[in-house]
Design a protein around this ligand. Structure first.
Ligand code: WT7
Length: 637
C-alpha cells in the first residue's frame, strides 16, 4: 500500500483509503520510527473542528528524518547547498553531518533557555543553517515559525507578537541575485515593538555590519563552539505527542491579518513523506531539487521534511533563477545530476521569456520527473517545460495543495497516473474532493464546476490557527457544513480529473505567493495622503496575477508618479516588496453599493481591461464613478 507503482495500485490504495481510512493510514504509519504506537489512528469532528491523527503515539520527526538513516545512508548527501554566486564553493552535508549539526544546534538552543513548546521565529536566507535551525527546533520540541526573508520588519513584528515568540534566529544578511538583504537590521527594526524577545542568534553569511545588542544578541558560531568540544552524547530527541505542534507558518487570508497555520508532529510527517515518495515516484539515491524558499510551505514539506524523511538528497539553492543568467537552474541540474525538479509556473514562464539560448550546452539528461506548484499552469508553459526541460521524456506532476494542507492533495503521480496539461488531475489516497455550489449543495457528475471542498481529514490537514481556534473554524469549516473549504474554484472533467481555476475569495496569487487584498489595502491606507483604496488582481503574463490598486488620494502632493512611488514604498515598508502593487490608478471615488460595499467585480473587469463587460451598475450609489474609473484605466482593451 505504501508505494504506488501502477494505476491499479493507485486505484486500490484510493479505494482502501476511503473505505477504511484507519486501516490504511495505520499500515502506512507503521513505516516510521515511533517511541510509542498510537491508540487510535483517527478521531475527527469538522464542526469544532477537532482532528487527531495517531493519538497517543509518541515520536520525534527528526529521528525519522535523520537518526534512522544513519546506518544505511550516513555517508550519503542529505543536503547539497548551492550558493547564490556560482563562483563560491557549495557545501554538502551527509546525513551524518546534518544529524550532528542539528544535535549541536539543538544543544545551543537549550543553552539559551529554549524549552519544549516555546515559539522560535526563524528569519534567514537559504543557507543550510536554515534547515539545521528548523530541524533543531523540532529536535527539542520548540515550535518553529519560519518567516520568508522578503517580509518587512512590520510583518515580522506582527508574527512575533501573534506567536509570542521569545527567540529569533537570523543571519547578518542574505544574498539574492545581485542584492544583499540586511536581515539582522530588519530584525532589529522589528524588535523595537517586541521587547519580549529574549535572544537573537545570528549566523554569519554576508558579513554585513550588524549591531549586536548586549544581553540579547549572540553569534551562531560562538554558541556552536561552546557545545562542539564537549564529550556529552549528542542532543537527545524530545519525545513528542503525535498532536503536539510542530510548527506555525503564517499565510494570508481574506481579512487583513495573516493567520498562523498550525501543523502537528505525526500527521505532518506521514503526509509529507507519503506524498513526496508517491507523487514524485522517488527512488532511493535520487537527487531532488525543489526551487522554493523554506520560508514557504513548499520548502518546509519538499526541501526539508518530505525528502529527508525519505532519505533523499535535497538540493537547497540560495539564489534566483536568473542570476548570474537565465541558465542557472539548468547548470545546477547538470552539476548535481538532479533527478527531480520541482518549481513554480511563474519561474517557468519567466525563463521561457529568455528563449532557448540559456539552454544551449546544457545536458539535463539526469532529469526523470518534473513538478509544478503554486498556481495553475497555462498550457504553453506546460508544453515548454515538458519539451525543452523534460525533452519529452519526463512526466510532469501538477501538484495542487495549500499551506493548510501540509502536502499535495490533488496531483498525478509521475508516470503512474495520467497527466493532462492544466489539470492537477486526481486526488491522493485519503483525499475526497467535492464540488459545491454557492448554497453548499454538492455538484454531481462530470464536466461541472464549483467551489472545491474536501469531505474528510487527511493526516496533514490544518489543526488550528495559532491563538485563535475560532478563526480556523470560521475560515475553513463554517462556510459549508462538515466540509473543509479550500477557497479555490475547480472543474471536473469527464474522467474525474480536477482543474483548479483559482481563488474564489479575496486572496491573490502573485508569482505563486499568497497575498490578501485586504492586507495590501491596509498597507496602502497607512500612507497619510490615502483616503481609501481597493485592490484586485488582474492576469499578468509572468506573475500569474498582478496587483492593481485603485486609490483615492487627497495629499498635497499632486504628481501621480511620485504619489505612486510613495504608496509603493509604504507597501514595501508595511508588508514587504512581494506585495508591491504593479499598477496604481488614482480615482475620485470607488464603486459602492448603497450599503457601502465596494463592488470588486467591476474593479476586476476594469483591471483586466474588459471595459465593455463590467455588468450591471444600477445598484451602485453613484454609477457615474464607473465611467470615471474606466476613463483613467491603466489597462485598456
Ligand atoms: C493556493 C495555496 C501549495 C504550496 C504553494 C502555495 C494555489 C497551489 C496549485 C496548482 C492551481 C494552485 C491555489 C491554492 N495553487 N498549487 N497546482 N494549481 N493552483 O501555497 O501559499 O498556501 O497557496 O495556491 O489557489 O489555494 P499557498
Amino acid at each position: 500500500m505504501y508505494h504506488i507503482r501502477s494505476l491499479a495500485d493507485y486505484q486500490n490504495a484510493y479505494k482502501k483509503s476511503v473505505e477504511d481510512p484507519e486501516g490504511f493510514w495505520g499500515e502506512i504509519a507503521s513505516q516510521f520510527v515511533w517511541k510509542r504506537k498510537w491508540d487510535r489512528v483517527l478521531e475527527w469532528n469538522f464542526k469544532k473542528p477537532e482532528i487527531k491523527w495517531f493519538s497517543g503515539a509518541r515520536l520525534n520527526i527528526t529521528e525519522n528524518c535523520l537518526d534512522r538513516h544513519l546506518e544505511t545512508l550516513g555517508d550519503k548527501p542529505a543536503i547539497i547547498w548551492e550558493p547564490n554566486n556560482p563562483a563560491e564553493k557549495g557545501k554538502t552535508l551527509t546525513y551524518r553531518e546534518l544529524h550532528k549539526q542539528v544535535c549541536l544546534f539543538a544543544a545551543v538552543l537549550k543553552n539559551n533557555g529554549v524549552k519544549k513548546g516555546d515559539r522560535i521565529c526563524i528569519y534567514m536566507g537559504m543557507v543550510p543553517e536554515l534547515a539545521i535551525a528548523t530541524l533543531a527546533c523540532a529536535r527539542i520540541g520548540a515550535i518553529h515559525s519560519v518567516v520568508f526573508g522578503g517580509f518587512s520588519a512590520q510583518s515580522i513584528a506582527d508574527r512575533l507578537q501573534d506567536a509570542k515568540a521569545e527567540f529569533v534566529i537570523t543571519c547578518d544578511g542574505a544574498f539574492r541575485g545581485a542584492k544583499d538583504i540586511p536581515l539582522k537590521s530588519v530584525i532589529d527594526d522589528a524588535l523595537v515593538s517586541c521587547p519580549f524577545v529574549k535572544t537573537v542568534i545570528v549566523f554569519t553569511r554576508t558579513r554585513t555590519p550588524v549591531s549586536m545588542i548586549k544581553g540579547r544578541d549572540v553569534w551562531w558560531e560562538e554558541e556552536m563552539a561552546k557545545v562542539s568540544g564537549s564529550d556529552e552524547p549528542l542532543c537527545k530527541a524530545e519525545e513528542m505527542d503525535a498532536e503536539d505542534m510542530l510548527f506555525i507558518l503564517y499565510t494570508s487570508g481574506s481579512t487583513g491579518k495573516p493567520k498562523g497555520v498550525v501543523h502537528t508532529c505525526a500527521g505532518y510527517m506521514v503526509w509529507t513523506n507519503y506524498t513526496f515518495k508517491n507523487v514524485f515516484q522517488f527512488e532511493n539515491g535520487q537527487v531532488h531539487f525543489c526551487t522554493a524558499d523554506i520560508g514557504w510551505i513548499t520548502g518546509h514539506s519538499y526541501i526539508v521534511y518530505g525528502p529527508l524523511s525519505a532519505g533523499a538528497t535535497s538540493v537547497m539553492f540560495e539564489g534566483i533563477p536568473t542570476y548570474p543568467d537565465a541558465g542557472r537552474f539548468w547548470d545546477i541540474i547538470d552539476k548535481y545530476k538532479v533527478d527531480i525538479l520541482y518549481t513554480a509556473p511563474t519561474a517557468i514562464r519567466s525563463l521561457m521569456g529568455f528563449g532557448t539560448a540559456p539552454l544551449e550546452g546544457k545536458d539535463l539528461s539526469s532529469l526523470k520527473v518534473l513538478g509544478t506548484v503554486g498556481e495553475p499552469i497555462n498550457e504553453e508553459a506546460w508544453h515548454w517545460y515538458s519539451h525543452h526541460i523534460g525533452k519529452d521524456k519526463c512526466p510532469i506532476v501538477d501538484t495542487w495543495w495549500q499551506t493548510e494542507t501540509a502536502g499535495v492533495l490533488i496531483s498525478n503521480m509521475a508516470g503512474v497516473t495520467p497527466s493532462k496539461p492544466g489539470y492537477a488531475t486526481l486526488p491522493m489516497p485519503g483525499v475526497q474532493p467535492i464540488l459545491v455550489d454557492e448554497n453548499g449543495k454538492e455538484v454531481h457528475g462530470n464536466n461541472v464546476s464549483g467551489n472545491l471542498c474536501i469531505k474528510a481529514p487527511w493526516p496533514g490537514i490544518i489543526r488550528t490557527t495559532y491563538g485563535d481556534h475560532e478563526r480556523c473554524r470560521v475560515n475553513y469549516f463554517a462556510t459549508y457544513e462538515n466540509l473543509y473549504f479550500t477557497g479555490d474554484g475547480a472543474m471536473r472533467d469527464e474522467n474525474g480529473n480536477y482543474r483548479i481555476t483559482g481563488r474564489v475569495d479575496d486572496v491573490l496569487n502573485v508569482s505563486g505567493h499568497r497575498i490578501g487584498t485586504a492586507e495590501v489595502e491596509n498597507a496602502i491606507n497607512m500612507h497619510t495622503g490615502v483616503v481609501e483604496s481597493a485592490v484586485v488582481g488582474y492576469p499578468h503574463d509572468i506573475k500569474g496575477q498582478g496587483i492593481y490598486a485603485y486609490v483615492i488620494f487627497s495629499g498635497t502632493n499632486t504628481d501621480p508618479e511620485l504619489m505612486a512611488k510613495d504608496i509603493t514604498a509604504t507597501v514595501s515598508r508595511i508588508i514587504g516588496a512581494i506585495a508591491k502593487p504593479d499598477r496604481i490608478q488614482f480615482v475620485a471615488g470607488l464603486p459602492k453599493t448603497r450599503s457601502g460595499k465596494i463592488m470588486r467585480r467591476i474593479l476586476r473587469k476594469i483591471a483586466e481591461g474588459d471595459l465593455e463587460n463590467v455588468g450591471d451598475t444600477s445598484t451602485l450609489l453613484d454609477p457615474s464613478v464607473v465611467d470615471e474609473i474606466k476613463k483613467g484605466s491603466l489597462k485598456k482593451s
